[in-house]
Design a protein around this ligand. Structure first.
Ligand SMILES: [Zn+2]
Length: 208
């Protein structure tokens, strides 16, 4: 439900018809968005939850410190505008060395294509990101990842997930009643009576 594992497509899939990368990095938007599963790699809000197509491309290793990665699509990560602004061109680790670690100790940034987020963080029942390891605390502080708007989005997602599970459970219960009637375990009247309760419950859940 949160921070899924990400895999990057091959470099050649980002080539233009002259078989090189686009000089204008913004032309990679659609493919980068797909690679990032249409979520901000930092706060996890989805394009849909954000309410439009305004998600941006962040240079994970900032252009200011990694001149040669400006146009490289593997350095582009989908980000909501707010996370992009808060990250700025901050890069507390070694600069101008492409393969240097993106965090050292607890300082730096988690590369979602290199490491699985689940090993470094979890999301609690209230929607807060909880640090488990690595640079998560640094990122929470620098990028305000637990700002109220994002906590609410994550909590709402958890509620919707629970609602879906409850509705599916109710549907199974209704099927069971039908079966019970067919097998003569209950009468038609008993099934109809119980279905009234089930429908009320279902309506209540959907209206939450
Ligand atoms: Zn974000």
């Amino acid at each position: 439900m949160y921070f899924p594992d990400l895999t990057r497509r091959d470099e050649v899939d980002y080539h233009n018809n002259r078989e090189v990368f686009y000089a204008d990095y913004k032309k990679n938007h659609k493919k980068v968005a797909e690679d990032c599963k249409h979520r901000c790699v930092y706060c996890d809000i989805t394009s849909e939850e954000y309410g439009g197509d305004d998600m941006q491309l962040d240079h994970f290793r900032p252009q200011e410190h990694f001149d040669n990665l400006k146009a490289h699509p593997h350095n582009l990560y989908l980000s909501c505008p707010k996370c992009n602004v808060l990250k700025t061109s901050d890069w507390p680790c070694q600069k101008n060395k492409d393969d240097a670690p993106s965090f050292v100790g607890g300082i730096g940034y988690l590369d979602r294509f290199e490491r699985k987020a689940k090993e470094f963080l979890e999301v609690d029942v209230n929607g807060n990101i909880i640090h488990r390891a690595g640079p998560v605390n640094y990122m929470i502080k620098k990028m305000l990842l637990n700002r109220p708007s994002r906590v609410n989005v994550r909590r709402k997602r958890a509620i919707e997930d629970k609602k879906t599970k409850i509705i599916k459970g109710i549907a199974r219960l209704a099927d069971k009643l039908t079966q019970d009637e067919e097998q003569g375990k209950i009468t038609r009247e008993q099934r109809l009576e119980r279905m009234k309760v089930i429908r009320r419950l279902s309506h209540m859940v959907k209206s939450v």
